[in-house]
Design a binder for this molecule. Structure first.
Ligand code: GAL
Length: 306
């Protein structure tokens, strides 16, 4: 299978639905690893792998309510279940490989499972891409709220955490420490009052592009993007991309394959059981006459990219 139907819930090699929403894909050791939200049973994050971005093999529930925990900093709150013994929320998980520590480091939006008031970020690590991750708890970077989020890694290993702060009004960019275990500096408070969510970053022809959505819960809205010469440089104002629903999607991440950028988004089903009907989309991105463009397609033949 290489033509993927945009908006559908894709299946893994065994014919089971892929549970990897709001996630990310990294390339490591000859495989693409896809991490994402798995809201079933006691799972939080699942991992799939593929050689061709079309046939996905389920590998592990890398983070669950039973995951091993290890305090990392003083006064860390470690909560994989809430006071009512219910699941917390770990949303939009992103994973980077850290060359220095040789660890896979996961950052995800943490909420207590009852409301969205914690607005924090949880961190977990593992020595292998698909092993059982160790959970290190959640925190608010410099005390700020932190909701929808992403990670971005430069070719030289410098990494950034981008998350929605101040009740989503502002989008913060934090430079990470060399081990990716903490924020080192708040480098930007972008587009204050614009309420950007679902950030995703890609570097294309020496420029950095950040796509994000507006804040409308599970309903899709007009995607926008901005451009910069460097992560810490000046970001442009927001410009529209795609149509008024971003072609029926909200950004999960952007994958670069052979120099081409592919936008991966979720077509959310909604709350509760409807969440499990959420599908996936891939839309190619390209820089055309100084503008970032997203091409709508009903199906995507991923073999054309790999
Ligand atoms: C969206 C957000 C999702 C999820 C959802 C809950 O705006 O991007 O990750 O948090 O709200 O309503």
């Amino acid at each position: 299978m290489s033509a993927l139907i945009n908006g559908a819930l894709w299946m893994d090699r065994e014919g089971n639905p892929i549970h990897a929403h709001g996630g990310c894909i990294i390339f490591y050791g000859g495989y693409y690893y896809w991490y994402g939200e798995d809201r079933r049973e006691n799972y939080y994050v699942s991992c799939y792998r593929s050689k061709n971005l079309a046939d996905w093999e389920f590998r592990n529930h890398i983070l669950t309510t039973e995951s091993r925990t290890e305090a990392y900093r003083v006064r860390t709150k470690i909560q994989l279940q809430n006071e009512d013994s219910k699941k917390v929320n770990l949303e939009r998980p992103k994973v980077l490989y850290n060359e220095m520590t040789k660890k896979f480091v996961l950052w995800a939006h943490f909420e207590n499972g009852k409301d969205y008031h914690d607005a924090a970020v949880g961190i977990a690590t593992c020595d292998t891409p698909e092993g059982d991750f160790i959970y290190h708890g959640h925190f608010n970077p410099y005390g700020y709220m932190s909701r929808d989020c992403t990670l971005f890694k430069e070719d030289n290993g410098k990494a950034y955490f981008i998350s929605a702060a101040r009740d989503n009004a502002d989008l913060h960019v934090y430079r990470l420490t060399d081990d990716y275990m903490n924020v080192e500096c708040l480098v930007h408070r972008l587009w204050q009052g614009e309420y950007r969510e679902a950030p995703a970053v890609v570097k294309l022809q020496e420029k950095y592009y950040m796509i994000s959505s507006f804040c409308t819960g599970w309903a899709p809205n007009q995607g926008k993007y901005a451009v910069a010469d460097s992560m810490e440089g000046n970001w442009s104002s927001l410009k529209e991309i795609g149509d008024e629903t971003t072609f029926g999607s909200q950004a999960a991440f952007i994958l670069k394959v052979n120099g081409q950028a592919l936008y991966y988004g979720d077509r959310w089903g909604g709350n509760g059981e409807k969440y499990f009907t959420s599908g996936y989309v891939i839309y190619p991105l390209a820089e055309v006459d100084g503008k970032l463009e997203m091409s709508y397609c009903e199906n995507i033949d991923i073999s054309a990219y790999t």
